[in-house]
Design a protein around this ligand. Structure first.
Ligand code: FO1
Length: 311
């Protein structure tokens, strides 16, 4: 079955690894968020694309969920010795990826072609496409009026700042990367991974053409709630949902996706949300979504693939 998945970082990567236990990698296309991309030490870092690539390539640091397992920090320590701020942790092997990406970008290679080179070199069978080759940057304004770039908010300030607004700079003029719209149109099933709806899936949907493609494919789109019992499994999603006018609940997320998916997977602990999801015109499906082990992720993916979307 040809499957296309919209993905953010760690939660999506865990789910995708589970998906590949059932579907052959050649049938899977991942559309990744690049709103988190940033330049550190002159190098272009694409955290969400790398998290997915490293996870599917079997080299991710499983404890952190990002970076390369067993990576060392010699380059970072040297930068620190030179008086450079090193709050963003970059390991030596990871630096290699960012050097290559930056070098190729400078040669005029598109981000999507670079993502393809990296995933092939790292032995990843699934296709990984950035949402766009054009620059889109997620930015925040705090309630105190301070502007923050994504990684500033997320890592440097430990997503503790109170946020008044979120924007995706460059999104209105961005075009979907080559193959993105086709991957949505041609898939037998499109899955919106359990990623942060505001800052992981939000930037993807903000690229003109992607939301429209999903709307036309709505009958085959299944979204998985990243909110369980009103809390995010990871990260600041529960605090960011009210910033975009949504409740921090599974049905709050369902409301954001109501025009683009027909089926909405909620955790079995959220049976109380079913009626509200139905009222939004979505078909709720209760499953175990807390992916504490790879087996749970694989079982979740298998159940989603087995859903009869015409039923
Ligand atoms: N997350 C952190 O919490 N601290 C870090 O220092 C950090 C470094 C980092 C380096 C490369 C990379 O690909 C990801 C990294 N992440 C780090 C994760 C990243 O900030 C976020 O998880 C994503 O941007 C949100 O999906």
């Amino acid at each position: 079955m040809a499957v296309t998945a919209l993905a953010g970082g760690v939660g999506a990567a865990k789910f995708l690894r589970g998906l590949l236990a059932t579907v052959s990698a050649a049938e899977v296309t991942v559309i990744g968020n690049t709103g988190d991309d940033a330049v550190f030490h002159g190098l272009h870092v694409s955290p969400d694309l790398d998290i997915v690539t490293y996870t599917l390539g079997g080299i991710v640091d499983a404890t952190k969920g990002w970076g390369v397992a067993g990576d060392t920090r010699n380059a970072l320590d040297q930068l620190g010795r030179l008086g450079i701020d090193t709050w963003f942790w970059l390991g030596d092997k990871d630096f290699g990826t960012h050097i290559a990406r930056t070098m190729w970008l400078a040669e005029g290679v598109a981000l999507s072609a670079i993502a393809e080179r990296i995933r092939v070199a790292l032995g990843v069978g699934a296709r990984i496409l950035p949402m766009s080759d054009d620059q889109v940057r997620t930015r925040f304004v705090t309630t105190a009026g301070t502007e923050l770039e994504f990684q500033d908010y997320f890592v440097r300030h430990h997503h503790a700042e109170e946020i008044a607004s979120v924007s995706f700079e460059g999104a209105a003029a961005a075009r979907p990367a080559p193959g993105v719209v086709e991957a949505i149109e041609q898939a037998e099933r499109v899955i919106i991974c359990p990623s942060n709806p505001v800052v992981s899936i939000g930037p993807i949907l903000a690229v003109p053409g992607i939301r429209e493609a999903l709307r036309s494919a709505r009958h085959k789109v299944v979204a998985v709630s990243p909110i369980v019992e009103g809390a995010a499994l990871r990260g600041p999603a529960a605090r960011l949902l009210p910033v975009v006018g949504a409740e921090a609940s599974a049905s709050g997320v369902a409301g954001l996706y109501a025009d683009i998916c027909a089926t909405f997977v909620v955790d079995r602990r959220d049976a109380g949300e079913v009626a509200r999801i139905e009222a939004l015109g979505l078909r709720p499906v209760l499953l175990e979504t807390v992916m504490e082990t790879p087996d749970v992720a694989a079982a979740l993916a298998k159940e989603i693939l087995a859903l009869d979307l015409d039923g």
